[in-house]
Design a protein around this ligand. Sequence first.
Ligand code: FES
Length: 110
Amino acid sequence: MSNLISLSVIDLTGIKHHIEAPTDMGLNLMEAIRANDLQIKATCGGMALCASCHVIVKSIHMLPEMSEDEEAMLDEAFLLNIPNSRLSCQLHIAPELDGLEVELGKGTGE
Ligand code: FES
């Protein structure tokens, strides 16, 4: 059985990239995006401290609830009012995410 899931990532120029990510390597979505050579700032390296890995979830998926840290960071960065905002570093690559489509948020570029 394959342990790869398929994801779609819309970059800041509006281009959709289809990527795959393994579910058994402990990756988060931000790391999977980077591993596919897509630009994502992610300044804090996945600590839920910067919001520069912000994504907007476009597909209908049951995602894990936000931790208090994730919610607080999105709130502080004024991103919580953008529907379906998440920090990609806080979304762990798991089988439930197969088919997920996200758009990179504005703060993720240079
Ligand atoms: S990489 Fe900084 S909050 Fe996700």
